[in-house]
Design a binder for this molecule. Structure first.
Ligand code: SAH
Length: 294
């Protein structure tokens, strides 16, 4: 059980300037936002309603936390760095107007179903999580996949990542950035590119440009794979050889089933050309493909 309720009464306003001697830790992917214009744009893009339950991953020194908290009654943050979480606890915990909860843990190890249930038990309210974070880039993709396991209790997610990854997640079929990550994310979620964030908005500045995007897990997926694990294997193996045709990929790959003439006929009847390259297949095409061959 997570300790999620330390119900804090409204008292004082939140201090404007974040004063801390914290030395950014590289291994925790710490690049702190300091550009107030960018912070405002990100928070606006989330479109917070007062009765939302926000869960922020990696609040750091609270650059996003504080402006979001002003608009909320209830918020939970998950921070791995104990120095940062105790500073936040002292600063926000002592002053916040909202029900503000800190989980000191690795976001990769959190069971979000449990978190959802605990929130429900504690508050009596049945609320899906709205997940937000300027994510540590080193764990970004595994964390996204971890969160997809909890899509049923997540209303939406707003994250900042390196722009190149956001381009891939939100890419349209046939474009250069389109690939495995686009298909896997777009199978589970509606994806939307929101905002480009320059390096200078952070301290220390990261090596690459960043971007903010939105993921909205489908309550009902537009198309469902019969076997999601096999679907993931088909997608992975196809993009390992994205320059080849589907026919060539299936011929040479021991992890993929051998195509029968009947399968090829069924696929072609569904509009999937075996001479095509993987990057020309939509998410729906990949689902059809895996449903036929597995
Ligand atoms: N949101 C803040 C900080 C971003 S830096 C801002 O925008 O300024 C990334 C933050 O994620 C840091 O606070 C870092 O300590 C934290 N972090 C890194 N790995 C984490 C993990 N696995 N789980 C939770 N928090 C993590």
């Amino acid at each position: 059980m997570y300790v999620i309720n330390e119900a804090i009464k409204p008292k004082m306003s939140i201090p404007k300037k974040i004063k801390t001697n914290h030395q950014p830790r590289k291994r925790f992917g710490q690049n702190f936002l300091h550009d107030t214009g960018v912070i405002e744009q990100i928070v606006d893009g989330i479109n917070i309603q007062r009765d939302d339950w926000l869960v922020e991953i990696g609040p750091g020194m609270g650059a996003l936390t504080e402006p979001m908290l002003k608009q909320l009654d209830s918020m939970t943050v998950i921070e791995l760095d104990k120095d940062l979480s105790s500073t936040l606890r002292m600063r926000i915990g002592a002053n916040a107007h909202a029900d503000f909860n800190i989980i000191e843990n690795n976001a990769m190890h959190v069971d979000y179903h449990q978190l959802y249930q605990d929130y429900k038990d504690t508050t009596g309210q049945d609320k899906q999580l709205r997940v937000v974070g300027n994510l540590p880039y080193n764990i970004s993709t595994p964390l996204l996949f971890h969160l997809l396991n909890f899509a049923d209790v997540i209303e939406d997610m707003h994250f900042m990542l390196q722009k190149e990854v956001v381009d891939r997640i939100t890419a349209e079929v046939g474009t250069k950035a389109y690939g495995r990550l686009s298909i896997m994310m777009q199978y589970y979620c509606q994806t939307e590119y929101l905002l480009t964030v320059p390096k200078g908005a952070f301290n220390p500045p990261p090596k690459v440009t960043s971007a903010v995007f939105r993921l909205v897990p489908f309550a009902n997926k537009p198309i469902v794979a019969n076997d999601e694990e096999s679907f993931a294997v088909v997608v992975r193996e196809c993009f390992n050889q994205r320059r080849k045709t589907l026919r060539a990929i299936f011929k040479k790959n021991a992890l993929l089933p051998t195509l029968t003439d009947e399968m090829i006929e069924t696929l072609e009847a569904q509009g999937i050309d075996m001479q095509a390259r993987p990057e020309t297949l939509s998410v729906e095409d990949f689902v059809k493909l895996s449903n036929v061959v597995i």
